[in-house]
Write a protein that binds this ligand. Structure first.
Ligand code: GTP
Ligand code: MG
Length: 223
């Protein structure tokens, strides 16, 4: 098959009520591009894989966690622009245009931020807002960055950039590892506003306290 212009990577774990609707939404926005949609499934016990295939997605598997799934998906992507997004409809397909424009404008990574003007979230209880602020300040202090958001997974990458990031995080620390490693490697990073909607259906897998400590470890391990 010809090399696609866009690769969309979506880690999934039990998202049967979301994935079909998401792929339809994504396809509506990216129809003018050649593209591939790659689902990296954590062996869902429901019909996620079947529905994703029916909607034309390529499926690969990962047994470990969201981070290792994303790493695998990034590695399997062949597009000139690679976009990572969640399956639960919290990332708006319309914003793909911003993420594509960021890379086309010469940035190596373009990151959605809920804390830039125009961004926001329907999906952040107070504990997560406080945790997020703490991580943003800590990373900016330790790595001399200027991020407004951390731990948010709606992002785009230029071809070849993901391989240069040297990613290892297996779980929910992956987004933070990307933010840190991009700074350490002096990459050209752009933030664009993103509005996070609430999960459409099903259960979230992130556990605020346990995964919060895992993210803190990721931040300190990067030093
Ligand atoms: N392959 C794989 N995907 C996962 C795993 N855990 C989560 N995901 C997917 O990663 C994305 C983000 O996970 P969510 O559970 O939505 O995490 P979250 O958005 O922080 O939590 P909520 O706000 O409760 O939705 C979703 O598309 C999940 O299906 C995993 O262990 N393996
Ligand atoms: Mg979610």
């Amino acid at each position: 098959m010809a090399v696609p212009y866009l690769s969309i990577v979506i880690p999934t774990l039990n998202e049967e009520r979301n994935i079909g609707r998401l792929i339809n939404g994504v396809n509506r926005i990216i129809q003018k591009y050649t593209s591939e949609i790659i689902i990296v499934d954590g062996h869902s016990g429901d019909r996620t894989v079947e529905i994703a295939r029916k909607h034309g997605a390529k499926v690969i598997y990962d047994d470990v966690g969201k981070g290792s799934a994303l790493i695998k998906g990034l590695k399997a992507s062949r597009g000139s622009i690679i976009i990572a997004m969640d399956a639960d409809l919290s990332h708006r397909p319309d914003e793909l245009r911003l993420l594509i424009a960021g890379i086309e404008s010469g940035y190596e990574i373009c990151m959605g931020s809920r804390f830039l003007t125009g961004g926001g979230s329907d999906d952040m209880p107070l504990l997560r807002v406080i945790g997020n602020k703490f991580f943003v300040v800590l990373v900016n202090m330790l790595y001399r960055s200027n991020y407004t958001d951390m731990c948010y997974g709606y992002r785009s990458f230029a071809k070849g950039v993901a391989a240069r990031l040297g990613l290892k995080e297996k779980g929910f620390g992956i987004e933070t590892e990307i933010s840190i490693n991009a700074m350490k490697r002096h990459m050209r990073v752009l933030e664009v506003p993103s509005y996070e909607k609430g999960r459409f259906s099903g259960e979230g897998k992130l556990r605020s306290i346990a995964d919060g400590f895992a993210i803190l470890r990721t931040i300190l391990n990067g030093l």
